[in-house]
Ligand binder design. Structure first.
Ligand code: ZN
Length: 226
């Protein structure tokens, strides 16, 4: 079975350390991207993640604390409010090599290393492609795919149509290593606590999360060259 992931072992984020979200692969509806897999099908990892809607946005994601800091406050919130349960996610590293045009029509290549976070539907579809490649003696690492969304707004933002194009020589990439998952997906009990506070409508907690501690300036305002 392909994409039969092993659980990800992540450390706890240092207290007060800045979150490293990294860049996640995402397609807008009807979008299309070309990617190169840097993770092989049998090297994919899995973890549980909460993606609650906070202040109208699904932008933030939190590694579930179940089994590390029990009970996980977001699981408790989910059970109580019947929403935002943790999802089982498969993660892989991809190089996004999509070409896009700016407003002047000039073409740019993304060429960024991104975290591909797959949920069940996309994972199963990609597993079929990986199986077919394996029958032909090829792995997923180094495989270039065109990824598309099948059209409706409920199709996964990571795409659900994976079309194999070719295998590329990874030595042509500047850095074909995988992302540091432990760093990107570290357990963040403080962040989870803030998220739950925000979900519960505690305004002060939200403000605290957004407040930066400003070091006392050693210069006077007059010294700042505007
Ligand atoms: Zn949880």
């Amino acid at each position: 079975m392909f994409l039969e992931e092993t659980g990800l072992d992540v450390p706890e984020k240092e207290s007060g350390a800045k979150s490293k979200e990294g860049r996640r692969f995402y397609l807008p509806n009807n979008g299309e991207s070309e990617i190169i897999f840097l993770t092989d099908a049998d090297k994919a990892k899995s973890f549980w993640e909460h993606k609650p809607k906070i202040n109208g946005s699904f932008k933030q994601s939190f590694t579930c604390l179940r089994g590390v800091h029990d009970p996980c406050p977001l699981c408790e919130y989910a059970n109580e409010h019947r929403k935002f349960w943790a999802s089982f996610c498969t993660i892989m590293t991809v190089q996004n090599i999509s070409v896009w045009s700016d407003k002047d029509g000039k073409e740019h290549t993304n060429n960024s290393k991104e975290l591909l976070v797959l949920k069940k539907k996309s994972r199963n579809i990609l597993a079929m492609s990986a199986k077919t490649l394996a029958k032909h003696g090829k792995g997923l690492r180094g495989a270039k795919f065109c990824v598309q969304r099948s059209g409706d707004e409920f199709s996964p933002g990571t795409g659900d149509v994976f079309t194999y194009i070719e295998h590329v020589d990874l030595s042509t990439l500047e850095d074909p290593s995988e992302l540091n998952y432990a760093e990107l997906l570290a357990h963040d009990p403080e962040g989870v606590a803030r998220a739950v506070d925000a979900l519960n409508g505690v305004e002060e907690a939200t403000k605290a999360a957004e407040t930066y501690k400003v070091e006392e300036a050693e210069y006077s305002v007059d010294d700042v060259p505007f």
